[in-house]
Design a protein around this ligand. Structure first.
Ligand SMILES: *Cc1c(COP(=O)(O)O)cnc(C)c1O
Length: 436
């Protein structure tokens, strides 16, 4: 103990190692220094020998200057809130990288004059949704609802069905959000049933709009009724439909999930949605609808406070115009192809660790379509591998069920299978310890 303390190298001497000098240029000196300090602590307590300090520090360096590390999503939940919802497509990632430096987000390079911010992304959005005369983008779905409410009913009221007063997650509730921008909510109907007459009686001279909220994270069954957008559109005030998921067109596997194009065709004046759920793009909030309404939204003071950055605009446009993003690809997979992949993986691992391929039931997740089961397949491994897999690079997150670790393949790209197998091999070999 005293011996290792006496022979512990000095911080500056370790930091002079060329590999650590290069790392400081890549991820910044404070991170490198913290890693070295931690390693020297291990040296003082005798867990690392003085000669190994530099090597151990190099091995322990974080790969990026950000704590957000890549994860292979083997949970079987396609849009996983805790894993950042939708993963971006390759095209969207390339667009983000290109926009990361100086970029002409508000400049027309042909004329040299100022131009509408994000005009190509907005055009792509309007083009993708038949029936949308105009489009606007804000920071997330909640911002889209708040901006719509503030623009159409600030100082007045909005009418909403009691059964649609939903909590969207983390304790945040749509009704409180709407009221926070100075709109009084008039609840109509009961928890399970509401009729067009209920709405008609509640609408008065102060009503700015009727709000229709899609129950995207729960389902109500039994003696229920709600009023479809097509009927609400016969009322004397505009209908704002919060469809949540961001599905632009109907999807054959998600028959109960409303799409922006159908909802507009049914007569909604405005549709609000998230960009990072079923659309599969970056976090943002979409507002689609009548040109007169969208024009007013854009000029509301809150629009500036909810403005999206150039990286979001770049990723959104590439999601809309480029090849299908990972969420869309995941929704298109069949159990047969997923079983074949699971069997191949299990066969490749079984000499090392008990591994088998099993049919699995996956879910859309935070993106919507509650109750929809996506037929999938998984590789089953011993549960003890869950922690070392999460600690690996890339981290692999599966789900523990029935005492086994399920690595569900629905949200894993086929090109990632070899990386998944390699991660399992490393996890099997990882020494048990505080990091695992
Ligand atoms: C997800 C969701 C929201 C909130 O969207 P965020 O992008 O998370 O802000 C609002 N309404 C509905 C119906 C939703 O499903």
């Amino acid at each position: 103990m005293t011996d290792s303390r006496r022979t512990t190298p000095r911080t500056d001497d370790v930091l002079a190692d060329p590999r650590l000098v290069a790392a400081a240029r890549r991820i910044g000196r404070p991170l490198v220094k913290r890693t070295v300090t931690d390693t020297l602590e291990l040296c003082r307590s005798g867990q690392v020998s003085p000669a190994d300090v530099a090597d151990v520090a190099v091995g322990a360096l974080p790969p990026l200057a950000s704590g957000l590390r890549p994860v292979l999503n083997a949970t079987g939940v396609v849009v996983h809130t805790n894993l950042g919802r939708a993963p971006l497509s390759e095209a969207a990632v390339a667009a983000v990288v290109a926009a990361a430096g100086a970029t002409a987000v508000e400049l027309d390079l042909a004329t040299g004059r100022r131009a509408t911010r994000g005009r190509t992304a907005l055009r792509a959005l309007a083009d993708a949704v038949p029936g949308a005369e105009a489009a606007h983008v804000v920071n997330n779905g909640a911002a889209a609802v708040a901006l719509a409410a503030a623009t159409l009913a600030q100082g007045g009221n909005a009418v909403i069905a009691r059964g649609e007063m939903v909590e969207i997650g983390d304790g945040f509730r749509i009704p409180e959000l709407v009221e926070s921008v100075g709109v009084t909510l008039r609840e109509v109907g009961t928890t399970n049933r509401v009729r067009l007459d209920d709405y008609a009686e509640a609408v008065d001279a102060e009503t700015g709009f009727v709000l229709k909220v899609h129950p995207s994270n729960f389902s109500v069954t039994g003696f229920t009724s709600s009023v479809p957008v097509a009927e609400l559109a016969t009322l004397s005030v505009p209908v704002v439909a919060d469809i949540g998921s961001g599905l632009l067109r109907p999807h054959p596997r998600l028959p109960a999930e409303p799409s922006a194009s159908r909802t507009l065709a049914d007569g909604a004046a405005l549709v609000t949605a998230s960009g990072d759920k079923l659309l599969g793009g970056p976090q943002c909030g979409l507002l689609l609808g009548r040109a007169s309404v969208v024009g007013r939204l854009r000029r509301h003071p809150l629009a500036r406070a909810m403005r999206v950055d150039k990286l979001t605009l770049a990723a959104l446009e590439a999601t809309l115009t480029g090849p299908a993003p990972p969420v869309a690809r995941a929704l298109g997979r069949t159990r047969e192809e997923l079983m074949r992949r699971a069997e191949r993986l299990a066969a490749a691992l079984t000499d090392l660790v008990p591994a088998s391929a099993e049919p699995s039931e996956a879910a859309v997740g935070g993106g919507g379509a509650p109750g929809v089961v996506l037929p999938s397949a998984a590789v089953l491994l011993p549960q003890r591998l869950a922690a070392p897999l999460r600690a690996g690079d890339p981290a692999v997150v599966g789900r523990v069920e029935g005492g086994r670790l399920w690595l569900d393949l629905v949200a894993v790209e086929p090109e990632q299978d070899d990386g998944l197998a390699a991660a399992v091999r490393r996890a099997v070999a990882a020494p048990p310890g505080p990091r695992s």
